[in-house]
Design a protein around this ligand. Structure first.
Ligand code: NDP
Ligand code: 2IT
Length: 449
């Protein structure tokens, strides 16, 4: 990047940091985007004149509310609820809810900001939003989760709707929580609508939505590999996390002939050199989704290694898929991956790589699919769930999967269109500019609002 652009990025970031102090994850997400966008905006002055960059970093609306609830002992507990309505230029606000003790305003603003560009990349009409709570679902009974969730929705219902803002799941919010949220919304509004996605199949959900993010991340890796005449077949993969995204990335990678050798949770990672096959994956799904146990139990059951307190990036692999959380690959770990021959990183999680790690991937010119492109499959199928709800009709598994696959191919093509630099494809630049253009043009068309 030339010095002139670098100065403009620094000046822009100084203002963002001053206005949003201590929101470090938000600064990180904005920095990555403006680094790609500023040179483009300088060449396309209509965006500069309309102050699009200054406008997209400012949420349209931020909601923050008290969530009181009674635990099983009858004691009052108080959590904080949030919804960031970031941008509605191309559709209703759309994005997940995260329930995790680390949740704060800066984390949700980073996620909402990423969501704007990701949703635009899917080609579907969805704006960007994100929400959640600092509620910790670990160790809570089903009844406690239900009471908390009902209290959360007792405020949120005022602000959302199928044509306004459509939440879904994220960390700590899966089928169980979406069910409780939907039930409470329906009761309060007396309306059965597509106000949430990730719903159960019997009550308005879409087939393939649970699988979509993980499958999409693998489809995206396959597209990247194709540009080098290669495929997932025979590749050794390391995956972090063992939740929704990690589980279905494991399933699809295995189906494509790859061998997944690691999974993790916040306690540590398991290394299974034989590969996590369909039977072992079924065990993980039962362990994580039903028993809500720890991944260390996998190592006990299958007699493989468990590394407490560590992440899987020290294991030799061809393809790494971080599928747990933000900032889970640091510079040293990225170097370790490269030294061990890893040449594909496809991110199922949002912003899992630190900027220093991304710099390492770029320096080694590996195939690096950043989250907002590689994990867009989840929200894409959420968009398809909204379409099916509007039609009052449901598509088959094969139909939804084919649409998901095509969307991931199209996102890849968009990245190539905006990110190709000689022989090298800069997916960061490609995804950021590709996601930006549609939103920016819509904002200009709609005036200064
Ligand atoms: P889940 O709650 O199903 O699983 C999360 C997994 O990540 C668990 O294994 C969890 O371990 C681990 N994890 C969470 N926080 C941390 C942490 N701070 N340190 C280490 N491990 C952690 O969530 P999802 O699978 O849905 O989400 C995973 C990632 O994918 C997130 O970044 C999310 O934003 C992103 N994503 C999700 C989409 C979706 O459709 N669900 C769509 C696109 C992106 P533990 O159980 O120990 O906490
Ligand atoms: O980060 C994400 O894209 C999600 N958690 C899914 C959002 C959605 O609305 O399906």
């Amino acid at each position: 990047m030339s010095n002139v652009y670098e100065q403009k990025v620094n000046d822009f970031m100084a203002k963002v940091i001053a206005k949003n102090p201590s929101e470090t994850e938000f600064h990180q997400a904005v920095h990555e985007v403006v680094e790609s966008i500023i040179p483009y905006v300088e060449e396309n002055p209509q965006y500069k004149d309309a102050k699009i960059l200054e406008r997209v970093v400012e949420p349209e609306r931020v909601l923050l509310f008290r969530v009181p609830w009674l635990d099983d002992k009858g004691e009052v507990q108080v959590n904080r609820g949030f919804r960031i309505e970031m941008n509605s230029a191309i559709g209703p606000y759309k994005g997940g809810l995260r329930f995790h003790p680390t949740v704060n305003l800066g984390i949700l603003k980073f996620l909402a900001f990423e969501q704007v560009f990701k949703n635009s990349l899917t080609t579907l009409p969805m704006g960007g939003g994100k929400g959640g709570s600092d509620f910790d679902p670990k160790g809570k009974s089903d009844n406690e989760v239900m009471r908390f969730t009902q209290s959360f929705m007792s405020e949120l219902f005022r602000h959302i709707g199928p044509n306004t803002d459509v939440p879904a799941g994220d960390i700590g919010v899966g089928g169980r929580e979406i069910g409780f949220l939907f039930g409470q919304y329906k009761k309060l509004r007396n309306e059965f609508t597509g106000v949430l996605t990730g719903k159960g199949i019997e009550w308005g959900g879409s087939l393939i939505r649970p699988e979509a993010t993980g499958y999409g991340t693998v489809y995206f890796a396959e597209e990247m590999l194709k540009t080098r005449g290669d495929s997932m077949k025979g590749k050794v993969c390391t995956i972090s996390g063992s939740g929704n995204v990690a589980q279905y990335a494991t399933e699809k990678a295995t189906e494509f002939g790859a061998k997944v050798v690691t999974l993790s949770d916040s306690g540590g990672y398991i290394y299974d050199p034989e590969g996590i096959d369909a039977e072992k994956l079924a065990y993980v799904m039962e362990l994580k989704n039903v028993k809500r146990g720890r991944i260390s139990e996998y190592a006990e059951k299958y007699g493989c290694e468990y590394h407490p307190g560590k992440r899987p990036w020290e294991v030799k692999c061809d393809v790494a898929m971080p599928c747990a959380t933000q900032n889970e690959v640091n510079e040293e770990e990225a170097k370790m991956l490269m030294a061990n021959g890893c040449f594909v990183v496809s991110e199922g999680a949002n912003m899992p790589s630190y900027p220093e790690a991304i710099a390492v991937y770029m320096e080694h010119k590996i195939l690096y699919g950043l989250g907002k492109a590689a994990n867009a499959g989840g929200v894409a199928v959420s968009g398809l769930e909204m379409s099916q709800n509007s039609l009052r009709y449901g598509w088959t598994r094969e139909e939804v999967d084919a649409k998901l696959h095509q969307i991931m191919k199209d996102i890849h093509s968009t990245c190539v269109k905006y990110g190709k630099d000689g022989d090298y494809i800069d997916y960061v630049k490609g995804a950021n500019i590709g996601g930006f253009v549609k939103v920016a043009d819509a904002m200009i068309a709609q005036g200064v609002v």
